[in-house]
Design a protein around this ligand. Structure first.
Ligand code: UT7
Length: 329
C-alpha cells in the first residue's frame, strides 16, 4: 500500500485591527496620500484588511493558526514532527519563524524550517510537506503561511499600500493510506525577479537597498493570469481529474479581477472560486490557507470534494496543489 498525505485540519488567525477602505483612505489622507474606496474596490475588489500592531510578528499569527489547525484535527503539538512556515516577513533574519512556532507550541525535536516563495509560499510548503510525508521523512506536518506585509509597505505609495494585509493560515497534513494530496506542480522564472520585490538586505548593522515592497502591477497582473490558468490545467491533468469534477478553486488572493480572469480562462464556473480578497486583501503566503480555512468553516468546502490551491507572486514563482478534502468538519 503506498503512502500518501491528507489534510487533517485547517486553522487561521487575523490581527484584531480590521481597517476598512474608508478608514484607510482617512489614515492615508493624514499623510498626504490620496486614494478612494471606489478606486480600491473597482481595481482590486478589496474592501478591508487586517493590520498587525507593532508587537505582533508572523510567528505569533502562525502559532495561533497552527493551534486552530491542531484543534480542528484533534491532535496535540507533541504529535507533530515537521513544521514549515511560508513567509516573506519572518520575525528575524534567523532563526526561522518555524523554529519560533515550534518553541511556542512547546514540543522540540521535529524538523522546522521556513520556505521563501513569496505569495506562492504556501503551495510550495504544502508540496514540500507532501513529498516529505510520502517518502517517510515526516508523519505529521504543520504547514503554515504567515505574514505581516504591513511592515514592508511604503505607505506613501498608493499603488501598493492599499493592496496588502496581515494574517496566517495553517493546515495539519498527515500520513494516510488514501490520497488527500492528489498532485502538485511548482514553477519559477527568476528572469522576472524585478517586477515584485523588497530589495533590501542587512549588512554591517544597516539596511542596504530598500526594505519596502515595489511592484510593477500590470506586469504582475498579466503573468499571474497566464500562469494560474496553465498550472491549474497541468495539475488537473497530472491527477487525471476532469475540470467538471473540480469543486473549488482557491487561488492566491491578490485581486478579484485576476481570480475572475483565471476562472474564465480555465472554463470554470466563477461560483466555484473562493474569494476572500475582499475581506483580507492580499496576505501573500497566508492568503491561500486563510481562504481554505474560511471556506471550510463556513461549510462551503466539504470532505470528499476536490480543491485546487494555486499560488503566484514574487520570484516570479507559482504552483498548484490539488487535494481531495479531508479534515473538514
Ligand atoms: O501578490 C502578488 C501578486 N500581486 C498581484 O497580482 C497584483 C497584480 N496587479 C494588480 O492587481 C493591478 O495592476 C493593480 C491593482 C496593482 C493596479 O491596477 P491597474 O488597473 O493596473 O492600475 P494602474 O497601476 O495602471 O493605475 C491606474 C491609475 C494610475 O493613474 P493614471 O496614471 O492613470 O492617472 C494610478 O496613478 O490609478 C492610479 N492609482 C490610484 N488611484 C487611486 C494607483 N493606485 C491608486 C490608488 N488610489 N490606491
Amino acid at each position: 500500500m503506498s503512502r500518501h498525505s491528507r489534510i487533517a485540519g485547517t486553522g487561521s488567525a487575523l490581527p484584531p485591527d480590521c481597517v476598512s477602505n474608508a478608514e484607510l483612505v482617512r489614515r492615508l489622507a493624514a499623510r498626504g496620500v490620496e486614494t478612494s474606496d471606489d478606486w480600491i474596490v473597482e481595481r482590486t475588489g478589496i474592501r478591508q484588511r487586517y493590520l498587525a500592531d507593532p508587537d505582533t510578528a508572523s510567528s505569533h499569527l502562525a502559532t495561533r493558526a497552527a493551534r486552530a489547525a491542531l484543534e480542528a484535527a484533534g491532535r496535540e503539538p507533541a504529535e507533530v514532527d515537521l513544521i514549515i512556515v511560508a513567509t516573506s516577513t519572518p520575525d528575524f533574519v534567523f532563526p526561522s519563524t518555524a523554529c519560533l512556532v515550534q518553541k511556542a507550541l512547546g514540543h522540540p525535536g521535529g524538523a522546522a524550517f521556513d520556505v521563501q516563495a513569496v505569495c506562492s509560499g504556501f503551495v510550495y510548503a504544502l508540496a514540500t510537506a507532501d513529498s516529505m510525508i510520502r517518502t517517510g521523512m515526516a508523519t505529521r506536518a504543520l504547514v503554515i503561511g504567515a505574514e505581516v506585509f504591513s511592515r514592508i509597505l511604503d505607505w506613501n505609495d498608493r499603488g501598493t499600500c492599499v493592496l496588502f494585509g496581515d494574517g496566517a493560515g495553517a493546515v495539519l497534513l498527515e500520513a494516510s493510506d488514501e490520497p488527500g494530496v492528489l498532485a502538485s506542480r511548482l514553477h519559477a522564472d527568476g528572469r522576472h525577479e524585478g517586477i515584485l520585490r523588497t530589495p533590501g538586505n542587512v549588512c554591517g548593522g544597516a539596511i542596504i537597498g530598500s526594505p519596502l515592497l515595489t511592484m510593477d502591477g500590470q506586469a504582475v497582473f498579466k503573468l499571474a493570469v497566464s500562469v494560474l490558468d496553465e498550472v491549474g490545467r497541468e495539475v488537473l491533468a497530472a491527477a487525471q481529474l476532469p475540470l467538471d469534477q473540480l469543486d473549488w478553486l482557491i487561488p492566491h488572493q491578490a485581486n478579484v479581477r485576476i481570480l475572475q480572469a483565471t476562472a474564465r480562462r480555465m472554463g470554470l464556473d466563477p461560483a466555484k472560486v473562493v474569494v476572500t480578497v475582499d475581506q483580507h486583501a492580499n496576505t501573500s503566503a497566508a492568503s491561500v490557507p486563510l481562504a481554505l480555512d474560511l471556506a471550510v468553516r463556513d461549510g462551503r468546502v466539504r470532505n470528499g470534494q476536490h480543491v485546487l490551491l494555486e499560488g503566484v507572486g514574487g520570484g516570479f514563482a507559482w504552483g498548484a496543489v490539488l487535494v481531495r478534502m479531508t479534515g473538514a468538519h
